[in-house]
Design a protein around this ligand. Structure first.
Ligand code: B12
Length: 215
């Protein structure tokens, strides 16, 4: 592994928020691909999370690592999200109520955009009715909701309930994800599909859209 790639990982661990964009640009400049950059930053974030969990660092350092990764993502993600072809579908994407984790959602947003989807990112800590409201407003084909903690994963069910209550459940495909979510969540949350990472999210969206076309 290149020394610069290791520095990138370490920059996230130690929260070098003001210099991470320069480092990411440097790596892009020497031809390192976006996925390698994402992987190294994610590894750094996981190390920071583990250190916090073991009580080896204060919450502040952990939050700073997250902010540093967000800063780095701002440089690298727009390079993935570029697509010139026809729009394949419209996606409303948000993180469920009570959950502030946003980095995975941000990656999924850009990778879906790169895969040809128009994404309406409604942010984090989103109440169920807001998902329904945005779907109607944007006439979305897919709603992507995510949860990153065990507690908030229960809220994924509330999103499909809100869609049912608003009478739009059969007009939209429901895709779920996030680190606290697995394939097993699909049934009890009333979702149509799950993806474990951003690349899989594009494949899952394609599958849901093509089903739509066949019906
Ligand atoms: C960074 C981080 C934070 C940062 C978040 C910064 C930010 N701006 O997002 C901060 C410091 C704020 C934070 C806070 C907390 N965190 Co935290 N956090 C993490 C950590 C280390 C990494 C998460 C992350 O961003 N990973 C990198 C991204 C790229 O991966 P990802 O999220 O999995 O996303 C990928 C896939 O899941 C998928 N995907 C993601 N979204 C979507 C959406 C759709 C629709 C689809 C299809 C796919 C998909 O694609 C993504 C890219 O491939 C994890 C541990 C871990 N190793 O995962 C803990 C973790 C998620 N946090 C945890 C906890 C407990 C908390 C706190 C409660 C801590 C506390 N004591 O205060 C708070 C919760 C605050 C809240 N209300 O939400 C726990 C959850 C445990 C559980 N199972 O319930 C974890 C697992 C740590 C642990 N092992 O204990 N956290």
């Amino acid at each position: 592994m290149l020394e610069l790639e290791v520095s990138l990982k370490n920059a996230v661990v130690s929260g070098e928020m003001n210099t991470i964009d320069r480092l990411v640009n440097k790596l892009i400049g020497i031809g390192i691909d976006e996925w390698t950059i994402l992987t190294q930053m994610t590894k750094g974030l996981e190390i920071a999370g583990d250190k916090y969990n073991r009580g080896e660092s204060p919450i502040h350092d952990f939050i700073l690592a997250g902010d540093t990764m967000r800063q780095g993502l701002e440089v690298v993600l727009p390079r993935i999200g570029y697509y010139e072809g026809k729009v394949r579908g419209r996606v409303v994407l948000g993180v469920v109520q009570g959950d502030m984790h946003e980095l995975g959602k941000n990656i999924v947003k850009y990778v879906l955009q790169g895969g040809g989807y128009r994404v309406y990112d409604i942010g984090v800590d989103i109440p169920p009715y807001m998902f329904a409201k945005k779907i109607k407003e944007k006439n979305a084909d897919i709603v992507g909701a995510s949860a990153y903690t065990t507690t908030t994963s229960y809220r994924l069910r509330e999103v499909s309930t809100a869609l049912e209550e608003e009478g739009i459940r059969d007009k939209v495909k429901y895709l779920i994800g996030g680190s606290a979510v697995s394939e097993e969540h699909v049934n009890w949350t009333g979702a149509d599909g799950f993806a474990k990472n951003a690349k899989q999210a594009v494949l899952a969206a394609d599958k849901l859209m093509s089903k739509e076309l066949i019906l």
